[in-house]
Write a protein that binds this ligand. Sequence first.
Ligand SMILES: [Zn+2]
Length: 140
Amino acid sequence: MIKVAKPVYIFGSVLILDYVFSQIYTKPRIYYKKNLPFNFNAQSIPPFGIFISEKEKNNKRLLKHELHHWKEYNKAGAILFYLKYFYQYLMYGYDKMPIEIEARKETKETEFCQENYTECVRTNKSLTVQNDKFRKNENT
Ligand SMILES: [Zn+2]
């Protein structure tokens, strides 16, 4: 019998459980919050749910953007989703990362806003949401 180290078993089991759970949890819980970190308008935090600013409660386009992220989570599980997300974040930055650009395409943002989302959200050019403090670490 091949001897495999215990941490490998543990990590493998966690990865599998995470993946199986992501296959079941296809309808995320939606939470409405007064404030989100860095003045984000919404955040998908699998496997916990989608967090949306109270101001954007009726914003269907923003919800569609977040549900696109949730679908990505359903394809991979939370662990691989976060690895991919943070890898892309470090490689490309928030505005240019492929995961975010895909979600912006889904909500029919212009090509300019797909790649310059922060500027578009701050200067009312985005179709999804307007917020002049977007990604700034200050209170509204
Ligand atoms: Zn996004």
